[in-house]
Design a binder for this molecule. Structure first.
Ligand code: SF4
Length: 300
């Protein structure tokens, strides 16, 4: 894929916690997420080392062309129980060896965004490389994030993560995940909520002098969200585009530095694959253009 920074590649590693699941998934949090189910087995550091070797061998021509690498493990890459420091170190050493790569984004829950974790990663990267923490706040509203999505991420916890990242201003930033049209919000309400989530994140970015980008995910039903909210529809993409236009205006009012990436990968968790295929056939080119150009007029 491409984004504003150039070529973007996501690499997925296995989760090293019990059962290979995200502990928050095991604890029945995050009603919107099936990704936390992992790959059906608990990974060991050796297995993840094998996976990295496989990526290097199988896709040997790709990594040297990558500008922005995104690392997932079906959970928190900064939690030592889910990704040992040995595995994380091996991956970050690899990133440091990629001459073109300027940014690595690492997915994590807020409590693992610690000085220890950031110090570990930043010190392994080259000084011309930046680390970004992907934080899935999804919605600024506690009623939606903690209530409807059952994601027990408090505003205090979110702010704590910003505070830690703020100590590495030049070397670290945040990628904030925003879900469009979360359970029980549709139409204008959903558009307003997405814009308010951007505003909330930009206010924190300003308060802590942290650079912030956004990953924007139109809602689709996973197995879990379908069980919880069977009547809630997949995101209306026309509304999602209207929200994007408003989100970019909000960013402009704050200086215009933040970028938005429309994330359309579902790792096969979307329960309506036929609708998904039809939507992507229609919209994917526009999404890709927006991700590169950040021009909302493309979406009209
Ligand atoms: S949203 Fe993140 S923290 Fe929650 S279950 Fe999914 S992977 Fe785990």
């Amino acid at each position: 894929m491409r984004d504003i920074y150039g070529n973007r590649l996501a690499l997925v590693f296995g989760n090293e916690s019990k059962g290979g699941e995200c502990p928050f998934f095991t604890a029945k949090q995050c009603y919107h997420c099936d990704i936390g189910t992992g790959e059906g087995t608990q990974f060991t550091p050796d297995m993840n080392e094998q996976r990295l070797k496989f990526f290097k061998r199988y896709y040997s021509a790709v990594p040297p062309t990558i500008d922005h690498l995104v690392i997932y493990n079906s959970g928190s890459t900064l939690n030592e129980r889910e990704m040992s420091r040995g595995t994380l170190g091996m991956i970050v050493d690899y990133v440091a060896s990629l001459q073109k790569c300027g940014i690595v984004s690492l997915d994590s829950r807020e409590m693992f965004v610690t000085a220890d974790a950031l110090e570990y990663v930043v010190n392994k990267l080259r000084t011309d490389q930046q680390m970004r923490v992907i934080l899935g706040i999804e919605s600024q509203s506690d009623g939606i994030r903690m209530g409807k999505l059952n994601k027990k991420m408090t505003r205090k916890g979110i702010e704590g993560a910003f505070k830690v990242v703020s100590n590495y201003t030049e070397r670290a930033g945040m990628d904030i995940n925003v879900v469009f049209q979360p359970p029980e919000l549709v139409g204008e309400e959903a558009i307003r909520e997405a814009v308010e989530t951007v505003r909330y994140s930009l206010d924190l970015a300003e308060k802590y002098s942290v650079s912030v980008d956004f990953n924007y995910h139109p809602f689709y039903q996973t197995k879990r969200s379908r069980a919880m909210y069977p009547g809630h529809p997949r995101a209306n993409l026309e509304d999602a585009k209207k929200a994007l236009v408003e989100m970019t205006k909000e960013i402009e009012t704050k200086g215009g530095k933040s970028k938005i990436f429309i994330g359309w990968q579902d790792e096969q968790h979307d329960q309506e694959q036929h609708k998904r295929e039809a939507e992507l056939a229609r919209e994917l080119e526009l999404f890709d253009q927006f991700n590169v150009k950040q021009d909302p007029s493309i979406l009209k």
